[in-house]
Structure formats: structure tokens, C-alpha cells
Design a binder for this molecule. Sequence first.
Ligand code: RIB
Ligand code: CA
Length: 313
Amino acid sequence: MPEQKIIIDTDPGQDDAVAILLALASPDEIEVLGITAVAGNVPLTLTERNARMVCELAGRTDIRVFAGCDRPLGRALVTAEHVHGKSGLYGPTLPEPTMPLQEQHGVDFIVDTLRREPAGSVTLCPLGPLTNIATAMQQAPDIIPRIRQIVLMGGAYFQVGNITPAAEFNIHVDPQAAAIVFGAGAPLVVMPLDVTHKALVTAARNDAFRALGTPVGIAVAQMTEFFERFDKEKYGSEGAPLHDPCVTAWLIRPELFSGRRVNVEIETESELTMGMTVADWWGVTKRAPNALFMGDIDADGFFALLTERLARL
Ligand code: RIB
Ligand code: CA
């Protein structure tokens, strides 16, 4: 019986794709109840297409993929083609998806699933802007106490911003949604840039993906080779930071990560710092902790897990 029943909310995105593949390669630990796409790295019509392409790459056409919100709650959509390419999934050449997109709206799927499944049994794994999650909470506040936990990629403290000097992309795209989710009271585990910037796909790690010799291994090597350019140019880093797979890896081996329960508030007023995650890492306020905010990762252990699991697909 899998340990975790999850909904992946995502804006693929090469790193989202690797996070989805890791989840689908781990059926003993994770049951994916469905995948809801959100506008983020690229528009919704592409994120839902990319999510279906990744499921087909994994041979999992049984997975239900839903389209959610096509724009943030209160701001114009900001996308990241400069990082992920125009399609959002540059790198490998993958066939157009043939598996169907579900008719139901992704937000309604999230609400219905949380109402149907036993309370406290479903984990939400947002890998993009939090628009779908916040909309579900606003539409159906009764689902909030039924959420087991929310394990998300987003925000930063020591690493500050990657899309502005102050803000990480997922939170910056929809800060109003982030404020709703971080203020909802559901158990929150946050994978910020502070930890994902330590999960770099070095040449050796990329070679290990390619050496799997499988369509999945080769495609992942091509994805991470493509999307490393942005971070290499900006940070001079040794390779692509695998942001989103930190979420699914935590579900499988939480001991690979370490962090601190702190208060995290979201900037939603100032354009200068819009979407900044103000993490009270040093406890200088009396604000109650609302998140387990990760700060460190066993990167070698993470890549060993990831490579071993991808080899299964
Ligand atoms: O800032 C990194 C995050 O923004 C990742 O989730 C990436 O996929 C993009 O959505
Ligand atoms: Ca993402």
C-alpha cells in the first residue's frame, strides 16, 4: 500500500517533468491520484500538453491529467520561456501526446478528491505557481483541514530571488495565491531555492542519466542539459538546479533533507519585493511558524535515488 497518495500540481517545465517521472517510478511509496496543470513556466495549453507528454514518456497513460487555472489570481501571467524554451520542455524531441486531457477543471478535481478521500490522506505537491491550490481553498474552504500536507517547491531566503532580486518564480507569478496557501494552516513543507540550488546536475550526474540508455534516461539528460543554461549564466553554477524533484524525493526519502520550522509570510504589496518569501529563519519575530522550510540536502544521495528510480521506467 503506497505510503503517500498525492496530487501533483505542475507547470512543466523540465524540472517538473523529472519530479513527475520520479513519482511515477516510485509506486511503492507514491500513488499519483492525478496531475493538475497550471499556467507558469509556459501558458496552460502547453503545461497541460507537457504533463501528458511526460506521462506517456513514463508509459503511464492511465494517469489522469487536468487543466487548471490559466492565469494568476490578481496579476498578469509571467512565463519563463527564457529558461525552459518556447514549448516549456526543450531538450528531447517527444511525440505529441495522444492520451486525453480530462474534461473536469483541475481545481474541481482537487476539491472533489479531497472531499472523497479519507480526511488527512491526500498530499498536495505544487511544483509551480499556487493558483490552483489557492483557488480550490477559496472555492471550498472545507477541504483545508482534509489536506494531509502540502509539499511545495517555491520561495527562498538565503538565495533570495531568481526571477527578481527578491522573489523566486513560483511565488512571484502568483503572490496572492501564495499568501492564501501559506496562511491556510495546512501542514506545509517548503523546498526553497536555498536547497534546490544545492541539487545541481553536474556533468557527471547528467552522464549517469544518459548512461541509463533508456528513453527516459536520455530524455532527462537532454532536458537538464537544455535548462542549465539560465543558471550557469546567472549563477555560474555547475549545472541545472533540479528544483521540483526535491518535492517528490522528500516524499520518498525525507532524511535527505534538513530544515527548520519557521514563519513564512509573502510580500503582496510592494512591486519591488513582490512575491518575496519573508522567512523568519532567525526567529526575530513572534509570528507563529507555519512551514518546514528546507535549508540543506544530501545532493549525492538525492541523485543516487533519482538515477536509481529513473532506471525503473
Ligand atoms: O523557481 C523555480 C521554479 O519555477 C520551478 O518550479 C520551475 O519549474 C519554475 O516553475
Ligand atoms: Ca515548476
